[in-house]
Design a protein around this ligand. Structure first.
Ligand code: NDP
Length: 283
């Protein structure tokens, strides 16, 4: 008979607005599915308590934790080191306890990349990405590190696009250009992959992206980061044009898979995690 163990391994998340974050449901579904004596605890942490939260996690031997808004940059000074892409992005969404040291990783872009790789390898591909916020920064860096041929960043404000374009050009080998989003943006001929990394469509499955739909061509892969609802207007429009589409749930699930691998060393079943999210979002 297996020995009883009344102490769970602990991981979790520190953020503000934690009650709107579904990651806990997805990760706990994986722990249940694999019979792991691990718990993921969603914690509401205001900025002035972040240092104490990290100290608390260290004191209790947490195996790691996710960081969400507004802690992704602020947490860095409380950690012991950074992984490669987190260092380039200057943002951490996943801390990992490695031999007692808390190392900051960024699974946002890695989750997106894993989801994309199930359909197409971005190596050598021409990519257009809408958005220049936190998600876009993480995705842009991972696409560049994966060997994208070129990246066009289309964003409403130049103020956010410019630093991202500069970072990609200075810290990766992929040439990036910025475009201030014009009316009815035309995706250039020869584009292989189009990504919506803006928050357009969040909470409103009918909100369109201002893109000339005739410039979306069959054969293009079109991905969206939005999870609620996952079937966005942009993806429906792209599907109708004959594009292959990828929804935001894949990115979220794969971030979870990568985070759990970092913490536990185990490969968990993405299907169990996706099923839980689909149940929650009615997908
Ligand atoms: P940010 O606030 O950092 O960035 C938002 C981006 O959306 C900016 O580029 C902003 O442009 C653009 N934007 C917002 N509204 C409009 C609009 N009406 N017209 C044009 N552009 C607009 O957010 P994040 O990058 O952190 O998150 C973006 C989305 O990604 C969110 O919906 C989030 O839920 C989702 N996400 C999904 C994940 C997943 O696993 N699937 C993981 C992380 C995020 P501007 O700079 O001009 O303001």
């Amino acid at each position: 008979m297996a020995a009883r163990d009344f102490t769970s391994e602990l991981v979790g998340s520190f953020s503000e607005g934690s009650n709107g974050n579904p990651t806990v449901a997805m990760i706990e579904a994986a722990f249940r599915h694999h019979g792991l004596n691990w718990r993921y605890i969603n914690c509401e942490v205001p900025p002035e308590r972040l240092a104490d939260a990290v100290k608390g996690a260290r004191a209790m031997g947490w195996r790691g934790f996710n960081l969400s808004i507004p802690h992704k940059v602020a947490v860095i000074e409380h950690l012991d080191g950074l992984g490669e892409s987190a260092a380039i992005m200057g943002a951490v969404n996943c801390a990992v306890n490695r031999d007692g040291k808390l190392i900051g990783e960024n699974t946002d872009g890695k989750g997106f990349l894993k989801s994309l790789m199930e359909v197409v390898d971005p190596k050598g591909k021409a990519i257009v990405m809408f958005g220049a916020g936190g998600a876009a920064r993480a995705i842009g860096v991972e696409l560049a590190l994966a060997g994208a041929r070129s990246l066009i960043i289309v964003n409403r404000s130049a103020a956010r696009a410019e630093p991202l374009v500069k970072l990609l050009n200075e810290k990766t080998k992929t040439p990036a250009t910025g475009v201030v989003w014009p009316k009815h943006y035309r995706v250039p001929d020869g584009t292989d992959i189009v990504v919506n990394a803006t928050s357009i469509g969040l909470g409103n499955g009918n909100e369109p992206l201002d893109v000339e739909l005739s410039s979306l061509k069959p054969g293009m892969v079109v991905a969206d980061v939005i999870v609620d609802p996952p079937d966005t207007r942009f993806l429906r429009d792209a599907r109708a044009r004959g594009c292959t589409v990828i929804d935001g749930l894949g990115m979220l699930v794969n971030q979870g898979v990568i985070g759990v691998k970092y913490w536990t060393g185990l490969d968990v079943d993405p299907a169990a995690m996706r099923a839980e999210l689909e149940r929650i979002f009615g997908a």
